[in-house]
Design a protein around this ligand. Structure first.
Ligand SMILES: [Zn+2]
Length: 222
C-alpha cells in the first residue's frame, strides 16, 4: 500500500479520480447534471504539459470513451483503476452502496478489462472508492497484483463550494513525495479546474515538480 513517494527530491504526483456510481449514471440520464468529465481541466493539463495519473472507474470509461481515449493518447498521462462502479469495499464508506465481498475481485478485474483496450500508459495501481479498505478488501485484491494507492494530500475538491479551500488544502500539506488526490468529475468537483492553476503555481514556488505516479515511485525513468 502506498501513501506517498520518496520524501527526498522534489517530485509530487497529481492524481485525479474519475468516479461513476450507478446513482451518477441515473442523474446523467435524467439530465440532472450535464457532465462528470472536467474538460477544461484536461485542457489546462495538456496545454501546460503537466504529467498526471487518472484513477478511472470502469463505468466512467464506458460513459466517456472519447475522454478516456484522450487520456490514453497523452504520453504524460497514465491510467489506473478506481473500481468498476465506485461501490464501497467496506461498511460505512461515505454512504456508498456496499459491494459484496464475493464481487470485489471481479469488480476490479472487470475495470482492467474495460481500460486495457484504450492503450496508453496502463498501470496496476488501484485506489479504493472513498479510500475505504480493510484486510478483507486487500485480501480480495491480492490475486490481481495491484498496488493500492491512497495519497497523503486530500484536496477535498468533491463538493467544494469554491476554489480557495481546495488550493489551501493542497498547498498547506503538500511536500516532496506527496500524492495529491483530486477529481476529474466536474459536476461533483466543480472548482478543480479553477483551483489547478493556483495549485500549479504554488508547487512551482516550492520547487515541487509534478510527475506521474510511476515516476514518483521510481517504476519508470522520469
Ligand atoms: Zn472516488
Amino acid at each position: 500500500m502506498v501513501n506517498h513517494g520518496p520524501r527526498r527530491g522534489k517530485r509530487v504526483a497529481l492524481t485525479f479520480d474519475a468516479d461513476m456510481t450507478d446513482a451518477m449514471i441515473v442523474r446523467l440520464r435524467r439530465g440532472e447534471v450535464s457532465s462528470y468529465a472536467n474538460l477544461s481541466m484536461l485542457d489546462l493539463l495538456e496545454k501546460r504539459k503537466i504529467p498526471a495519473t487518472f484513477f478511472v472507474t470502469g463505468q466512467w470509461a464506458e460513459q466517456y470513451p472519447q475522454v478516456t481515449r484522450r487520456l490514453a493518447a497523452n504520453p504524460r498521462f497514465e491510467l489506473a483503476n478506481h473500481s468498476y462502479e465506485h461501490a464501497a469495499f467496506t461498511a460505512d464508506c461515505y454512504g456508498l452502496p456496499r459491494l459484496p465481498a464475493g464481487r470485489m475481485t471481479g469488480d476490479v478485474a472487470r475495470t482492467f478489462r474495460v481500460l486495457e483496450p484504450f492503450g496508453g500508459r496502463q498501470t496496476r495501481y488501484f485506489r479504493f472508492p472513498g479510500l475505504c479498505h480493510d484486510k478483507a478488501a486487500l485480501r480480495a485484491l491480492a490475486p490481481l497484483g495491484v498496488t493500492v494507492v491512497d495519497g497523503d494530500v486530500v484536496s477535498g475538491d468533491p463538493f467544494a463550494r469554491s476554489a480557495a479551500p481546495v488550493v489551501q488544502a493542497v498547498l498547506s500539506t503538500v511536500r516532496p513525495g506527496s500524492i495529491v488526490i483530486m477529481h476529474v468529475t466536474e459536476a461533483n468537483a466543480q472548482y478543480t479546474d479553477e483551483a489547478l492553476p493556483l495549485i500549479l503555481a504554488g508547487l512551482q514556488r516550492r520547487g515541487l515538480e509534478p510527475v506521474t505516479l510511476s515516476e514518483l515511485l521510481g517504476e519508470q525513468p522520469g
